[in-house]
Design a protein around this ligand. Structure first.
Ligand code: ATP
Ligand code: LTN
Length: 333
């Protein structure tokens, strides 16, 4: 039988960025050819940050357009919106009831994000976020979950919850594994190469966006922070900026880092940055154009998402029914 994969992405910004693309989304495209793929735009997770309704709506559509533009094929993959499948919230509640408070409190994404906004402005949804994520995953019984390194802990919790449920109430869930590609798992911010490139960065100067114009992205790459040295060599400790650009170059071209280093012996950072800018914009330009084309026909986009939700709902409702039955909840007569 073909194995199943599932992953999700938040519609929290006007555009996805290069970290999302290289760390996760490229794998989504590859896996749809070999696996039964479910890809979800996790709009409910996006409610954990303050929302502007008109903007959220726009971002959900832009997310769908970008996923199609990078090559997610709705004939091969089930592409859908989380809030269109009510079982996500329903199973999320069940997981909230089997997750320890201390266990949830140890999630580093919660700790980081709540620290940034301060205790008074941190919402409860941010705390229960990983249980909703576990529901997103386990409803579809996937074997693999393609994500970036930052999601490893959430996938571990998901595995723990699946095992805990199975051992208390019977084998309902497949226990999934994370699919994290080491070489691409963490793309760093161009201005702050010790932090990951992130949609919620305070400044977008170091974030390469898929929907940005090629000119804007060339400018960002050319002004990427580097050290005072001259050699284009990989050394994450001493040369975080150059190492990040090398990783990006390697991830996009499929070349090895030593072979790229060899090309730049005797050349300076300027030549190297120019070439990084070129490979990045060459690969992003067609994606941007395709996404803008998809966005012109909202009706067609909504129809793709409707079909996706229908397919997703069929699988998710069955899992939820099995869970409720295992828990001893009475079915409605
Ligand atoms: P935020 O930082 O606002 O939480 P994000 O930019 O991390 O958002 P997500 O929607 O949380 O975006 O992530 C989507 C996918 O992209 C996840 O699988 C995540 O692991 C991956 N990802 C995000 N940032 C990076 C990065 N800098 N490098 C590699 N993968 C990344
Ligand atoms: N928490 C993830 C987004 C996410 C997800 C998922 C990823 C929500 N549900 C299910 C994989 C599977 C993030 O912040 N990147």
């Amino acid at each position: 039988m073909v194995k199943r994969v599932l992953s999700g992405i938040q519609p929290t910004h006007d555009s996805f960025h290069l970290g999302n693309y290289l760390g996760a989304l490229q794998q989504w495209v590859e896996l749809q050819s070999t696996h039964d793929a479910y890809y979800c735009i996790v709009d409910l997770h996006a409610l954990t940050v303050e929302v502007d309704p008109a903007l959220l709506r726009k971002r959900i559509l832009a997310s769908a357009a970008q996923l199609l533009a990078i090559g997610i094929n709705p004939e091969k993959s089930t592409l859908f919106i989380q809030s269109h499948v009510p079982a996500h919230n329903q199973l999320g509640w069940v997981f909230e009831c089997i997750t320890g408070f201390g266990e949830a409190n140890r999630m580093t994404q919660f700790k980081d994000k709540s620290q940034k906004s301060g205790a008074d402005r941190t919402v409860v949804g941010l705390f229960t976020y990983p249980m909703l994520q576990a529901a997103d995953i386990l409803l579809y019984q996937p074997e693999l979950v393609p994500v970036g390194e930052d999601q490893r802990q959430h996938i571990e919790l998901t595995r723990d919850l699946a095992q805990r449920f199975n051992s208390s109430y019977g084998e309902v869930f497949t226990v999934p594994g994370a699919h994290i590609l080491k070489s691409k798992a963490k793309i760093m911010d161009l201005q702050e190469p010790t932090s990951k490139m992130s949609k919620s960065a305070t400044s977008l100067a170091g974030v390469i966006e898929l929907l940005d114009t090629p000119e804007a992205n060339i400018k960002k790459i050319k002004s990427a922070v580097t050290d005072t040295g001259r050699e284009v060599t990989f050394d994450e400790e001493q040369k975080a900026g150059i190492s990040n650009l090398l990783s990006i170059f390697a991830a996009i071209t499929g070349r090895s880092i030593p072979s790229i280093e060899a090309d730049y012996v005797g050349k300076g950072y300027g030549d190297f940055k120019k070439d990084v800018a070129e490979v990045v914009t060459d690969s992003l330009k067609p994606i941007r154009e395709a996404a803008l084309t998809y966005l012109k026909d909202e009706g067609a986009l909504l129809e793709i998402l409707r079909v996706g939700a229908e397919r997703a709902d069929a699988v998710a409702s069955q899992t939820l029914a099995d869970v409720y039955q295992a828990l001893g909840l009475l079915p409605r007569a």
